[in-house]
Design a protein around this ligand. Structure first.
Ligand code: 13P
Length: 248
């Protein structure tokens, strides 16, 4: 059985006064649930080091939202995977659609970043998903295949890689695909991952992301091959995040 992961992506939200939410989440991720389900919050890197310090006694894990593809060097403004690990971060989100759009990130760049993450012993959360236009022209599975093939390095394992399926049009919109469409997309990704990675592909976690809220999480997390969630807006408040976590 695949161990679920409930992950929060704070995006460009959160100053020091939001650390109380992280503290409340750290205190809320406890007991028998934490033995079965992983929990992760990815705040802005400015809060990374303090956030991990708040979680030393909690199973709540802390990650980052991007890293550079190079180990170090002349890359002003960028953050390396090693710097994230040095702050006790365990995960890094890569290739989020907002980075693909804002920073023109390509599948191959995302793949190189994942390799950098592996070298620093971070787990890469590789994001993929179709746009509204691609969905309307029935290209969803083609897009997912292209992004899986191009964004995931050959060295991916169930340990070092998590896939996050986030339809671009479902992000921040309050819209989600039908349960049937999510089931079809996740089954397709599972079969692609298994074809390429064998047993590791069977165990690799595939998260759903896009307008996951306390009110719809139980149904969404119950769909076959949905191994957890990547949550944006509803991960900013401990009460919402813990409510979603608790559907497991
Ligand atoms: P929302 O949950 O706000 O729709 O964001 C999803 C997302 O992009 C998480 O990475």
């Amino acid at each position: 059985d695949v161990r679920p992961l409930v992950a929060g992506n704070w995006k460009m939200n959160g100053t020091r006064d939001a650390l109380g939410e992280i503290k409340a989440m750290a205190e809320g991720v406890v007991g028998p649930l934490a033995d079965r389900v992983d929990a992760l919050i990815c705040p802005p890197v400015t809060l990374l080091y303090v956030a991990t310090a708040l979680c030393t006694d909690s199973p709540l894990m802390i990650g980052a939202q991007d890293c550079h593809q190079k180990v170090s060097g002349a890359h002003t403004g960028d953050i390396s995977a090693e710097m994230i690990a040095d702050c006790f971060g365990t995960h890094v989100i890569l290739g989020h659609s907002e980075r693909r759009t804002d920073h023109a990130e390509t599948d191959h760049l995302v793949r190189d970043k994942a390799v950098a993450a592996y070298q620093a012993d971070l787990t890469a959360i590789i994001c993929i998903g179709e746009t509204a236009g691609e969905r309307d022209s029935y290209q969803t599975l083609d897009v997912l295949k292209r992004q899986l093939d191009g964004s995931i390095p050959d060295g991916a394992t169930a340990e070092n890689t998590v896939i996050a399926y986030e339809p671009v049009w479902a992000i921040g919109s309050g819209l989600t695909p039908t349960n049937e469409d999510i089931a079809v997309a996740h089954a397709f990704m599972r079969s692609e991952l298994t074809k390429r990675f064998g047993e590791e592909g069977k165990k690799m976690r595939i998260l759903y992301g896009g307008s996951v809220k306390p009110g719809n999480a139980e149904v969404l997390m119950g769909i076959a091959n949905v191994d957890g969630a990547l949550i944006g807006g509803a991960s900013l408040k401990a009460a919402d995040f813990l409510a979603i976590y608790s559907v497991y």
